[in-house]
Design a protein around this ligand. Structure first.
Ligand SMILES: *[C@@H]1O[C@H](CO)[C@@H](O)[C@H](O)[C@H]1NC(C)=O
Ligand SMILES: *[C@@H]1O[C@H](CO)[C@@H](O)[C@H](O)[C@H]1NC(C)=O
Ligand SMILES: *[C@@H]1O[C@H](CO)[C@@H](O)[C@H](O)[C@H]1NC(C)=O
Length: 247
């Protein structure tokens, strides 16, 4: 007790019988605090921080690590060592929506899922930075991403392509994307529907549409002699039983 009292008053203690208390070492005839944190073999083990105190020391696990038995402060003899904290598993959704969490020793990092980008423009971030993953509008980001004669539709995390009216996708699917090498090819409406122009008429395919022309001796029911405008008009007229009637 007296001894400790002396220790706290002054670091130095005269070396009596040539020995010093545990935690002290003789230096120039005095017992001086021994810095356990400077031992050749780290006294706290891996991934720990050593704090020297007068006559002793204590250890704490480094940020991102925890002591296996849950101790905050520990010494060599009372420790099972420091293990990595898996922040991704410990705090679910630590990176926020539409992100991916990657645990690394002592830390973790966040990236945005495909089709999303971080609000600060950095590929890698963490929860302390207030970053969110926002949808990438692929249709706007890459102009003509779907190729000619198509329409691009953005959706959360992705996009899809559809062919414009009068065109069909080269793989026959209604929806496709740029990775599939699909093109929008003209539909030959005249071949698709032999009756499209009705009776007594000739069908002529155009890029993205078709025209109907009445056979000689026939005329359209309306004043027009041919349907040369939009395919829409042709389609509407094709619903009529007779488009071309005898002159
Ligand atoms: C750990 O050690 C520090 C510094 O001595 C002290 O302030 C803290 O209260 C200790 N924590 C625990 C849980 O022992
Ligand atoms: C989070 O990122 C900031 C800035 O890059 C960095 O200073 C900090 O150490 C990171 N935190 C974690 C837990 O990785
Ligand atoms: C493109 O389509 C393929 C096949 O359907 C799909 O696996 C892929 O995720 C799609 N890519 C995008 C960016 O939507």
């Amino acid at each position: 007790m007296t001894c400790l009292h002396h220790l706290f008053l002054g670091v130095l203690l005269p070396v009596a019988a040539g020995t010093c208390p545990i935690g002290f070492e003789p230096v120039q005839g005095n017992c001086t605090d021994e810095n356990e944190c400077e031992f050749d073999v780290p006294i706290c083990g891996d991934n720990a921080i050593c704090h020297n105190t007068l006559g002793s020391y204590y250890c704490q696990c480094a940020p991102g690590y925890r002591e296996r038995s849950g101790r905050l402060n520990f010494t060599q003899d009372k420790s099972k060592g420091c293990e990595d904290i898996n922040e991704c598993r410990q705090t679910s959704d630590i990176c926020g929506p539409n992100s991916e969490c990657i645990n690394v020793p002592g830390s973790y990092s966040c990236t945005c899922k495909e089709g999303f980008m971080s609000s600060n423009g950095r590929e890698v971030f963490n929860a302390s930075q207030g970053v969110t993953c926002v949808d990438i509008n692929e249709c706007r980001q890459t102009s003509d991403i779907c190729g000619p004669n198509s329409v691009c539709e953005n959706v959360a995390g992705s996009y899809f392509c559809i062919c414009k009216e009068g065109f069909m996708s080269s793989n026959g699917r209604d929806y496709f994307n740029a990775s599939q090498g699909v093109t929008c090819v003209d539909i030959d409406e005249c071949q698709m529907d032999l009756e499209i122009c009705g009776q007594h008429a000739k069908c002529k395919n155009t890029i993205g549409g078709y025209n109907c022309t009445c056979d000689p001796g026939y005329r359209l029911q309306s004043e027009l002699t041919t349907v040369t405008n939009s395919s829409k008009q042709c389609e509407e007229m094709s619903n009529d039983v007779v488009m071309c009637k005898k002159l």
